[in-house]
Structure formats: structure tokens, C-alpha cells
Design a protein around this ligand. Sequence first.
Ligand SMILES: [Zn+2]
Length: 195
Amino acid sequence: MRNNALVVVDMLYDFIDGSLACQNAENAVAQTLKYIDSQTKGQGGEEHEILDTFPILFIRDHHPADHSSFKEFGGIWPPHCVAGTHGGEIHSDLVPYVSEELTFDKGCDRTTEQYSGFEGVNYAEQSLGEVLELLDTTDVYVCGIATEYCVRNTCTDLLKAGYKVHLLKDCIAYVDYEGHLKALEEMASEGISIE
Ligand SMILES: [Zn+2]
């Protein structure tokens, strides 16, 4: 039997219109909402029933203010997604679909850069990988920001863990267009389905 889940990577304000704003971000959020809507059509149920059959998991980059990925502390990025700030929040249009148990934080430890959301943890310290297993997931649909970094690393880890990975190409944003295209090509060659 096939069990689908959607993983939304880092659709956070700093990556949308903040310190690390990415290309196509607003559009990717709009397309993601459209996709979620398309999955709810024809089932005739209320929203919570649909969420039971199509769980939506959210990944958040979630850093302390002195994170080692920030330029000031030896990293390559401007400060972003500091826990408790607006920049670290999920886009408000997506908030109706967010639940505590299906929200996974990464990069919480000052010294660790974590592009992949696979080992991100929820409030109960369960990892995304563990929860997908509990949900009996077979197929993971992925959208989010940014193609070349967190989307890419999350997809690769999902594939390694044995999931069928579907990347929603209209629902992703990127740092650099050429880099985006290159990452898509590489992911396709690894066996990730670009849809
Ligand atoms: Zn980060």
C-alpha cells in the first residue's frame, strides 16, 4: 500500500523576504498551497480528515543567535532563522496546516550546520525520519527552500532511508538559478522524481 506525506522544507520568512531571501520564494509558497488544495479535492472530508490521510511535515531552520553558520561566527551565511524571531517563522499562509508534533527543528546546536531536515526533531525529540516511519510512509513529496541546500540534502537523506521521493519543482525556491537547475539534474540522476 502507498502512503504519502508532504515535507515542507524551511518555508520561513528569512528565506522568503528576509536576510537570506531566495528567488521564487513567494511563488513557491503559493504553489505549495495550491498543491495542498489539490490533494484535498474529491475526498469530501473536512480538513482534519485530509491531514490524517496526507500528513504535512514542516522543517524549520532554527538557530541560536550565535550559530556557527553565521559569517560573524565563522560561517558563510548572514544571520538567519534565529529561534524566536519573525525570520524563523513559517509563512503565515501555511500555518493552518502546521502542528507541533509534525514540526521539526534543525540547526539548533550552535556548532552544527544541518542542511538536511531528516534528523530535525519535534518538541518530543522525535526525528522526522522516525515519524515518517511511524506513519508508515512510502512516498514523500518535498517542497521548500532552497533547492541547492536544504531541499537537496533532505531529499538525498529520504532517498537513502528507502523512501520514494517526489520533488515538486514548482514549489521550490533557490539561491541561484543555475545552481537550482544543476541540483535538479543531480537529484534526478540519483533517482529522485522531479514532478
Ligand atoms: Zn541555517
